[in-house]
Structure formats: structure tokens, C-alpha cells
Design a protein around this ligand. Sequence first.
Ligand code: AVJ
Length: 322
Amino acid sequence: MQIKTQTVNINLAKAVREGFSKSPKSISSMFLYDAEGDRLFQEIMKMPEYYLTRCEQEIFHMQKEEIFKEMRAFDEPFNLLEFGAGDGSKTKILLRYLLEKGANFTYYPVDISEHILSELAYSLHEEMPALKVHPMNFEYFDAIRQITNLSRQRNITLFLGSNMGNFTIEQGIDFYKNFARKSKAGDLLFVGIDRRKSPYVIRKAYDDPLGITAAFNLNLLRRMNRELGACFNLEAFRHYSFYEPVSGEVRSYLISQKNQQVHFEVLETQFFFAKDELIHTEISKKYSPEEITRLAEETGYKVLRHFTDGRQYFLNSLWEVK
Ligand code: AVJ
């Protein structure tokens, strides 16, 4: 198997210059995923409080037959794209089933983390040697362009694990409109979305007692120390997150615990953080089924079906490009 990866130049330096000159300071959650961030997110998925992964796995285990029937996955060859594939722990359930049932497809995992993508390609090769895999180390829309050049088969795209929760509603609308524009009529999109539910349950998932989520968030500072020669003292910042049930958004921040000046060697500049000043790092938005349907219809899709778990915590929604 040939592993084709290309280093993406996601410019952390540029993001810091822009994000830290605004008020409140902010940095895209995309930068959470270096090798250490990937590892910490894998720890998060194992936490009892972080129900999302297990709920989606339950849906796949219990309803894979129905899901692929609705996708017409056995009718003709197709491309199976996955945005933000990560370590593939959920997707493997689906891949194994498709292989067993003799579906004719190539799997294109797309991820901005070169590290996690090469681990995924390696483990797939070990566990499912018959699977055709073509890893794509690109940002989402660059990957679609490449795949469209390679193959005119129908695309079924997976966007799982509540990854879309990181979009604000406006970013989500832009993303899906743009995606529909770059798709062919009949292409499918299968999205995994965390549902609105008891605010207590959601709050706990993003602020666990062992501090794994805090370590995941603080790792951003460690990454800037390493990649930009910054001199953040990780003890001088604290993780803060809360769920706001009206908007359905979990918002995560790093809060400066004192007045401090942080020098960035690579940027040849410094930033001042006042005591209690925020760095906004992430949004994790939750949706009701009605909001999901509205979003799909507004952006160029027809909802074929919703699949949910026993507790109705999570939802996988299948959309067809109109
Ligand atoms: C990987 C974006 C789905 O928002 O739930 C977990 C990341 N952040 N705990 C999420 C995350 C804090 C996660 N996603």
C-alpha cells in the first residue's frame, strides 16, 4: 500500500498573530491536534463523562445494516470520504461491515493531522489488508478537489464524531453550502451530531474531574512553546468551559491567572495577558433534530433519515445533495 501524505502548511504563526491581536483573544480549535493533542483526545474518548463516542458507536453497531441500505452502498462502486478521520475507532465498525458484505469502494480518510493519519493508515493495513485506502493529508475542500480529479464515482462523505460542532452556525452554513456546490447530485453526506440534552450531562463531558479536558486545552500553549518558541508557563493559565443551553454551545477558554507578558521567539514579538483575560479556544455546538433538518435544507440537501441511540444523546443524519 502506498501512503501518500503531504504536509499541510496550516499557519499557526499567522493564526496567533491575528487571534491574539483581537479582543477577546482567540485561536482556532484546529490547532488542538498535534501528536500530544491527538493522544489527549483519545483519552477524552475513553472518559465515562464523554458519552459522544460510545453513543455513535452504539448507532453503528445496532443500525449498520439500515444505514448502508439507505445509502445504497451495495448498488455500485463508490468513494467513501471521511473528514476529520482521526484514529478511525468509530469508522472501523462501518469499514469492516462493508468489506464483509462485499461492497466495492475506496476509503479516503482526510485529516489535517499527518500524525494521526499515518497511524490510521498503518492500523487499517494491519487489520483490514483487503481495504483500499487512500489517505489525504489536506484541508477538507482541497481533498474534495483532489478526489474529484481522481474519480467520478459517487461520493459518500462521513463527517462523524460531532466534528461539525466546532463550527458556529454561520460557519456550518458556509461549509455545507460550499460542500454541496463541489458535489454531484446524488452524492451523500453522513454527519454525526451531538444532540441537545440535559445541560448537566453536557457540562460534565467538557470539564471532567481528572482534568483530561483541561490538559487537552492547555496543550495549545505547549504547542506554541514548541513550534513558535513561546514561553508560556502552563501553571499560569487555567481551563474554563461552560455549556449555554439556549445557544446550545459549549465554549472553552484558557484564562490567564495573572498579569503576564509572553515572548514568542519565532514571531519576534510578545503578547500581554491581563489577570483573568480569556483566550477563546473552542466551540462544541449541540443541535436538536429540527435544527439539523433546517440546516440541511437551507444549504442544499434533502434529509434521507436520522439514526439515533437508545438514550437519544447523539444523532447520525444522512443527507443527499439536491
Ligand atoms: C473532536 C471536536 C468532536 O468538541 O466534542 C472534546 C473535541 N473538546 N472535549 C468535541 C473536544 C473537548 C470534540 N470534537
